[in-house]
Structure formats: structure tokens, C-alpha cells
Design a protein around this ligand. Structure first.
Ligand code: NAP
Length: 240
């Protein structure tokens, strides 16, 4: 049993209340994609890692627990294959007492290693979205079969088009998804204007490291919450 943290619980409650009030969530039957929360950790100079492919811990213990609490309140968590190869994450809620979300990996050419840590989870295996245009002419169907035998569900789709990605996930029963990174995926989501809510952990340091590219947006009713030494900035996204 993980020790509960009142400050994290209060922030999670605040976010859940805010997210439930988002206008597009009011009519669930009209939704064609999941609710999308974008959440990652960055330094004050906008770095999300020291350099590409370098695992870099940016969050303190409390903000890590907060991230895990967010995971527990979404149906799925999405990262790109770059993050799987760099960090070998398990994408679980290990520092929060809650269910693990389904892991979703964007991985055009099925580079996910068969011994990736995300297969060591008690919850259903990951959904791996790969590029359908390779499906007929390469060895990918064989690779997909190998990954499926490890517990994955490999789906061929237009993985470069996030609208298609999210509607495919919605068709597979995912109503809410937490997008965590890395830089390329964050950039794609921002460029496609496909985040409903943001929860960014800002660590009080600079790295001059690996950054995402932004988009023009503002936060509605922004929240500034301190957890340990970190600042968590939250709000509904207003695209501009
Ligand atoms: N600070 C944080 O909160 C945080 C969180 C997560 C990761 N990270 C860091 O981020 C770094 C990894 O970032 P990264 O940019 O190299 O990799 P990434 O964003 O995790 O994955 C990018 C890859 O995903 C695949 N992809 C498939 N469809 C895509 C789509 N529609 N949009 C975007 N990508 C798509 C592409 O590879 P294919 O063409 O092969 O499919 C692409 O190169 C690591 O250093 C990791 O530690 C930091």
C-alpha cells in the first residue's frame, strides 16, 4: 500500500473537478475521441531531458506521485517509441494507490523491444499503433505477431495522423488518455491542437537540454500548485 499524500489528493481532486466541467465532456455520446490530458515535466528553460534519449529525472517525489495519480484517473497513457527506447518505462501507478492505465505506444515500424518493461505489468498489455502503409510489404505483420504473443495489441493505422490515432483508440473503448511524451509526441499533440487539459510540472532548474516545439495557446482558469520544490501549472487549453 502506497502512503497517500494529502497535497497530491487535493490537487488531483481539483483537476478532476475542472476536467469534468470541460464543455465537450458534457455530451459523451457525441465524442469521437478520448478526453486528452497532456502532462509532462520540464525545467524552467523548457527542457524535458538533458539530451535526446537520456533518461532525466525532473520531478520530485510529490510531483511524481501526482503524475501517478493522474495516470490512475485516465483509461490510458500514451508515449512515443522514443520514450520507450530511452527510458524503458513501465507506465504504472507505482507511487499511487490506483489502477494502472492501459499503455499506448506510437511506434510506426514496431521497434518496441520484446523485453520492454511495459510488458511487466499486471494490467492488459499495451496497445501499439503502427503504420498501416507498411503492413502489406514488410516483415511488420510477423513482428506484430511476436509482440501480440507478449501481450500487446498491435493495431495498423495512420499513426502519423493523431486525429486517426485518437479516434481509433476511442473505438477501442478509451474515453480518457494521458499523453506524457516525449518531445516529438508533445510537439505533434500541440501542433494538432489535440490537448484538452494541461498539467505541467516545472522543476526549479535549467538544463539547456532537449525541448519540444510549442503552439499558440492559453490556459483557461490557470492553476499554480506547489508540490515540494516543483510548480504544477494546470488549466484547460484554449487554442489561439
Ligand atoms: N520530462 C518528461 O515528462 C518526459 C516524458 C516522456 C519522455 N521524456 C523524454 O523524451 C525523450 C524522448 O522523446 P523523443 O522525441 O525522442 O521520442 P517520443 O516523442 O517518445 O517518440 C517519438 C517517436 O514516436 C513515433 N511516432 C509515431 N507516430 C507519431 C506521431 N503521430 N507523433 C509523434 N511521434 C510519433 C516516431 O517514431 P517512429 O517513426 O519510429 O514511429 C517518433 O520519432 C526521452 O529523452 C525521454 O526521457 C520526458
Amino acid at each position: 500500500m502506497v502512503q497517500r499524500q494529502p497535497a497530491v489528493e487535493a490537487l488531483l481532486h481539483h483537476l478532476q473537478t475542472e476536467i469534468a466541467q470541460l464543455p465537450h465532456l458534457a455530451v459523451p455520446e457525441q465524442q469521437t475521441r478520448p478526453h486528452i490530458t497532456l502532462s509532462f515535466a520540464q525545467t524552467i528553460d523548457g527542457s524535458i531531458a538533458a539530451r535526446p534519449g537520456a533518461p532525466t529525472r525532473l520531478s520530485g517525489d510529490l510531483s511524481s506521485a501526482f503524475t501517478h495519480s493522474l495516470r490512475a484517473t485516465h483509461d490510458a497513457i500514451l508515449v512515443g517509441i522514443g520514450t520507450v527506447l530511452a527510458d524503458n518505462p513501465r507506465l504504472t501507478t507505482r507511487s499511487w494507490d490506483g489502477p494502472d492505465p492501459r499503455a499506448v505506444i506510437l511506434d510506426s515500424s514496431l521497434r518496441t523491444p520484446l523485453d520492454a518493461a511495459l510488458f511487466d505489468r499486471s494490467s492488459p498489455g499495451p496497445i501499439i499503433l503502427y503504420d498501416q502503409k507498411f503492413d502489406q510489404k514488410t516483415e511488420l505483420p510477423f513482428r506484430a505477431e511476436q509482440l501480440n504473443q507478449r501481450g500487446a495489441t498491435c493495431l495498423a493505422t495512420s499513426v502519423g495522423d493523431l486525429s486517426v490515432v485518437f479516434s481509433t483508440l476511442h473505438e477501442h473503448g478509451i474515453a480518457s488518455i494521458l499523453v506524457e511524451g516525449g518531445a516529438t509526441v508533445i510537439t505533434s499533440v500541440l501542433e494538432a491542437h489535440l490537448a484538452d487539459y494541461l498539467a505541467i510540472t516545472v522543476s526549479p532548474r535549467m538544463l539547456g537540454g532537449f525541448r519540444y516545439a510549442g503552439a499558440s495557446a492559453a490556459l483557461e482558469r490557470p492553476g499554480y500548485h506547489r508540490l515540494g520544490d516543483d510548480l504544477i501549472i494546470t488549466g484547460a487549453v484554449l487554442w489561439q
